[in-house]
Unconditional design. Structure first.
Length: 249
């Protein structure tokens, strides 16, 4: 069951979300687009649940055209501010405001798990041209690193790589079998940046004050006492970017 309160909680922290959330590795975005970067003409890419435009900007940097679609007005406003010349359409995965066959590819950054998947798959298939590509992408923390796993426990984070690859077996009858891509990268953060990053997570944004205080207290204790973190001004937070890619039949 989708928690719509959490799914629509990010607009209140849109500026910090855009500032502190990790970017997507170029190699992962290229792979998600199924080598369309080498095509004769730029691809028409829909960034579904586009948020503040982090993935949209990565697509634009590869020379493609992008249409962001986002339900949260606060996130749309931040996207417009951070991505000059691009305006997100109001819409959702279950109701995409585009014509049939309008897209060569539909990408989703960090949001597929919020979708009503049966309804969303039908809409995505409608919007894609035959043979077009659908690819959800997640930046997941590399919890094979002990302190990163402890960070996830403290802050009630749930998007690890195992969850993604085990949970989503197919995109429904309109799509071919899923291919999985794995990409590693690292984000360098100050300790205050790391705390600010946690404050952009849905658990934090919807939790009562006492729960937030507990998370921050335990997080700062981890940063101050863990042997890999204590005394450091910055930390390197490792990520495993997971891409699930499929073509429309």
């Amino acid at each position: 069951m989708v928690d719509h309160t959490q799914a629509l909680s990010f607009g209140a922290a849109a500026a910090d979300y855009d500032r502190f959330r990790p970017r997507y590795p170029e190699a992962a975005v290229r792979w998600a687009l199924d080598d369309m970067t080498g095509a004769d003409a730029p691809a028409r890419v829909v960034d579904l649940a586009a948020g503040t435009g982090i993935l949209s900007r990565a697509v634009l940097a590869l020379g493609h055209r992008v249409v962001p679609v986002e339900p949260d007005p606060g996130m749309r406003a931040q996207l417009a501010s951070a991505t000059p010349g691009t305006t997100a359409l109001a819409g959702s995965a279950e109701a995409v405001p585009l014509a049939d066959g309008a897209a060569d590819a539909v990408l989703v950054g960090q949001a597929y798990h919020w979708f009503d998947r049966e309804r969303a798959h039908a809409e995505i298939a409608r919007v894609l041209r035959p043979g077009g590509t659908f690819a959800p992408i997640w930046n997941t923390r590399d919890e094979r690193v002990e302190w990163v796993a402890e960070l996830g426990r403290i802050a009630h984070l749930g998007d690890n790589a195992g969850d993604v690859t085990e949970k989503y077996a197919d995109f429904g009858p309109e799509f071919e079998p899923i291919e999985v891509g794995h990409f590693a990268h690292v984000t360098t953060l100050t300790l205050d940046d790391l705390v600010a990053l946690i404050r952009t997570r849905s658990y934090w944004l919807t939790a009562p004050a006492e729960a937030r205080q507990l998370v921050e207290r335990e997080l700062r204790e981890l940063l101050a006492t863990h042997p890999e973190l204590a005394g450091r001004e910055t930390v390197e937070l490792p990520y495993r970017t997971i891409v699930l890619r499929s073509r429309r039949r």
